[in-house]
Every structure is written in structure tokens, then in C-alpha cells.
Design a protein around this ligand. Structure first.
Ligand SMILES: NC(=O)C1=CN([C@@H]2O[C@H](COP(=O)(O)OP(=O)(O)OC[C@H]3O[C@@H](n4cnc5c(N)ncnc54)[C@H](OP(=O)(O)O)[C@@H]3O)[C@@H](O)[C@H]2O)[C@@H](O)CC1
Ligand SMILES: Nc1ncnc2c1ncn2[C@@H]1O[C@H](COP(=O)(O)OP(=O)(O)O)[C@@H](O)[C@H]1O
Ligand SMILES: [Mg+2]
Length: 283
């Protein structure tokens, strides 16, 4: 396997500045699906992160309980609500998204699992699966066949363990994950310190980020960043690599003034602008 470091040089090969002629239609529409009672914040974070990563439009598909909080806290998002109050029971939408992220805060209610399975069997859009979406896959391995090639999975190590089983060394973890990506042609983002991305026959190790990210919602926010890049037309591999790099860069930038303890997931979002500007200096 080829081992590569994700540094600024690698990123500048993949990063695309926003065109002067851009309008919200050319910047793509991200659909963020998830949330359940008490975990709507994961979708607010992911949706805001996607829009502040440059996509033109974002729609959140959430249970009814989240409607007022997301429309109030993040008016830029459009919202589709499930008929259920507390969890997602059906995944139906009229819009035509350019990319979808699903799983953050979605929970594992029996009805949600059924809706997720039906969604997977019908989806043909670039897709990121995170959190409980991964946990549902782990519990229903026959679903692997319905997760198309180039789908991005973003497990933390516990979620990865549920997906591929335990390991006794870092090498064994990488080997087992690589076997899965090889057979399914998925892209697996192994979130950690550092984060490693397995794509094709390469493993990319991120060079940004720090312990400020050890905070609730930082993974949900990463899912939003990657979905926002996918919606702009980045290939799944480039969206994952650029997203992980930018996500970590916000912590490198933000922790300078906030420190590690007081840095929370919203600060990732607040520092996205400075992170992208640090790339634009080179254009
Ligand atoms: N505001 C919101 O709405 C928020 C909503 N959220 C949503 O909540 C859902 C559950 O998310 P979750 O990651 O807590 O789930 P789950 O896999 O059950 O973890 C349990 C065990 O896994 C471990 N562990 C946890 N993190 C780890 C890591 N980074 N790296 C390594 N290990 C890690 C740890 O195990 P331990 O180390 O304690 O043995 C922990 O006890 C999910 O849908 C998410 O989107 C959250 O994002 C928060 C903000
Ligand atoms: N000590 C650390 N150094 C670098 N990155 C970290 C550290 N701790 C956590 N992270 C990052 O924070 C994110 C945590 O993801 P996750 O556990 O899914 O968060 P949540 O589900 O609460 O949103 C990952 O991107 C991980 O790489
Ligand atoms: Mg998570």
C-alpha cells in the first residue's frame, strides 16, 4: 500500500478556488440526513459546516422535533421534516442533491433502520455514511452490497471496530480496513489522532488537527465539511482528503486563541474561513 502524508503540497494539487462566475446552483446542493430527539445538534453542525465549506445550498432531513431549532439557529438551511416527532421513519425527498451525508445523530430505532436500508437500495448520489449509519451497517452486513463504490465512511475507532471486528495492532487495523476498501471500493476515513484515509491502494495520513477536536460534534462537523465538498463536485477521494485537512486546520488555527479545552465543534465551523483562506494565498 502506498503511504502518503496529507500536507499543504498534497492539498494544493486537489483544492479548487471558487469561480468568479459561481452562483449557488453551480456550487452544489448537499442533503444532510439524520438527527433524533436530543441529537438535532449533530445535523445543525453538519449542515452549517457543509455550507461554510462552499456548497451553494443545503437541506437537512430531520425528525419533526428539530424543525424550530434548526430553522432558528441556522436560517440558511432548508429543511424537510419526517412525519415522526423523535426519529426518522422515512427517507423521501423531492430535491435532487449533488451529495448526501447520512447517519449523524440518526439513532438505531427499528423504523429508522428500515428507512436507512430502503434509502441505501435506491440511492445513486455521492454518499457519506457516518455514526449510527455505520453502526446500522455493522449490524446488517448483508447491506454492504447496497453501499456503492466510492462511498465515504467516516468511523471513529469504536465504530470501525463494530464494522470490521477487533484488532491487536495498528497494522492489523489498517490491514482489515484495507481489505474492506479493496473489495467494496469504499473510502474509509479512520478518525483519530492522526486521522488516516484508506482509498484505493493508498493510505493518507493527515498532518493537521490536535486535541482541541476531542469534543462532541467534531465528527458530525467533519461529515458536513466532506459533504459540502462532495456537493461541489470534488471526487470522493479529494473531498475526504481536503475535508480532513481543512477540519484539522481549523483546530490548529482556533486553538491558538481558544486553547484546547474551550474549543468546541462550533469553533471548527467558525474557523473554516481562515482555513480556506490559508489555501487561497497560493492562488
Ligand atoms: N450534539 C449532538 O447532537 C451530538 C450527537 N452525536 C451523535 O451521537 C451518536 C453517538 O455518537 P458517539 O460517537 O458517542 O457514539 P458511540 O459510537 O456509541 O460511542 C460510544 C463509545 O465509543 C467510543 N468513542 C466515542 N467517540 C470516540 C472517538 N472519537 N474515538 C474513539 N472512540 C470513541 C467511546 O468508548 P470508550 O472509549 O468510552 O470505551 C464511547 O463511549 C452519533 O450518532 C453521533 O452523531 C455526537 O456526535 C455528539 C454530539
Ligand atoms: N486528540 C485528537 N487529535 C486530533 N483529532 C482528534 C482528536 N480527538 C478527536 N479528534 C477528531 O475529532 C473527531 C471526532 O469524531 P467523532 O468521535 O465522530 O465526533 P462526534 O461523533 O462527537 O461528532 C474526528 O475527526 C477525530 O479525528
Ligand atoms: Mg461521530
Amino acid at each position: 500500500m502506498e503511504a502518503l502524508l496529507i500536507n499543504k503540497h498534497e492539498i494544493l494539487k486537489r483544492y479548487k478556488p471558487v469561480s468568479v462566475q459561481a452562483h449557488k446552483g453551480t456550487q452544489g446542493h448537499a442533503l444532510i440526513i439524520g438527527g433524533s430527539y436530543g441529537k438535532i445538534g449533530s445535523i445543525i453542525l453538519a449542515s452549517k459546516a457543509s455550507l461554510k465549506s462552499g456548497c451553494g445550498l443545503v437541506t437537512a432531513l430531520i425528525p419533526k422535533c428539530g424543525y424550530t431549532s434548526i430553522q432558528t439557529s441556522f436560517p440558511e438551511a432548508m429543511v424537510i421534516t419526517d412525519k415522526e416527532e423523535a426519529y426518522i421513519s422515512e427517507i423521501e425527498f423531492e430535491i435532487i442533491p449533488n451529495a448526501i451525508a447520512i447517519g449523524m445523530g440518526i439513532g438505531q430505532h427499528e423504523t429508522t433502520q428500515k428507512a436507512f436500508i430502503k434509502f441505501l437500495k435506491n440511492n445513486n448520489k455521492p454518499l457519506l455514511i457516518d455514526a449510527d449509519g455505520i453502526n446500522i451497517l455493522s449490524k446488517n452486513k448483508e447491506l454492504f452490497d447496497f453501499v456503492s463504490e466510492q462511498t465515504i465512511l467516516t468511523p471513529h475507532r469504536k465504530e470501525l471496530q463494530r464494522l470490521i471486528g477487533d484488532w491487536s495492532s495498528e497494522e492489523e487495523m489498517i490491514e482489515k480496513a484495507a481489505r474492506l476498501t479493496e473489495s467494496k471500493k469504499w473510502i474509509i476515513v479512520i478518525k483519530g489522532a492522526p486521522t488516516q484515509i484508506i482509498s484505493g491502494n493508498a493510505i493518507y495520513t493527515n498532518s493537521t488537527g490536535n486535541q482541541a477536536l476531542a469534543t462532541a460534534g467534531s465528527g458530525d462537523t467533519l461529515s458536513g465539511i466532506i459533504a459540502g465538498l462532495l456537493a461541489q463536485g470534488y471526487t470522493p477521494e479529494d473531498a475526504a482528503i481536503l475535508g480532513v485537512y481543512i477540519h484539522g486546520l481549523t483546530a490548529d488555527i482556533g486553538s491558538k486563541s481558544l486553547g484546547y479545552q474551550a474549543f468546541i465543534a462550533s469553533d471548527i465551523i467558525e474557523n473554516l474561513g481562515k482555513a480556506f483562506l490559508s489555501l487561497d494565498e497560493n492562488f
